[in-house]
Design a protein around this ligand. Sequence first.
Ligand SMILES: [Ca+2]
Ligand SMILES: [Ca+2]
Length: 128
Amino acid sequence: MPSQAHAASAIQVHKVHYDSPGSDRGGNSSINGEYVELKNTSRSAIELRGYRIKDQSGHWYTFPSYRIGAGKTVKVHTGKGSTSAGHVYQGRGWYVWNNDKDTATLYKGSSWADSCAYNSTKVDYKMC
Ligand SMILES: [Ca+2]
Ligand SMILES: [Ca+2]
């Protein structure tokens, strides 16, 4: 049986929707128009508590208890809100993902798991 030590993370950064729709004038619904979407690429449900995401400037977000089903996605919205199926919230009062370029990096605890870089203002999101 091959070693799993260097296997890709089961949880992947799937999409970064870095430019919220419309003018970025603030307001919670606009700020929540920004999100990072993670995907569970495995065949088992995974508990995300302790997973962390950061941007290039060092803004960290640590997951609360959230169980992501096999093959499912979850959007990590930048603004405030209550956790529900498919949605968690960083609770911030302003945008965090740059609209031109940035990198979303996912950690499982202190270990690197995945990352997604983008560098374009021509589109509002990046599929990773
Ligand atoms: Ca943004
Ligand atoms: Ca915008």
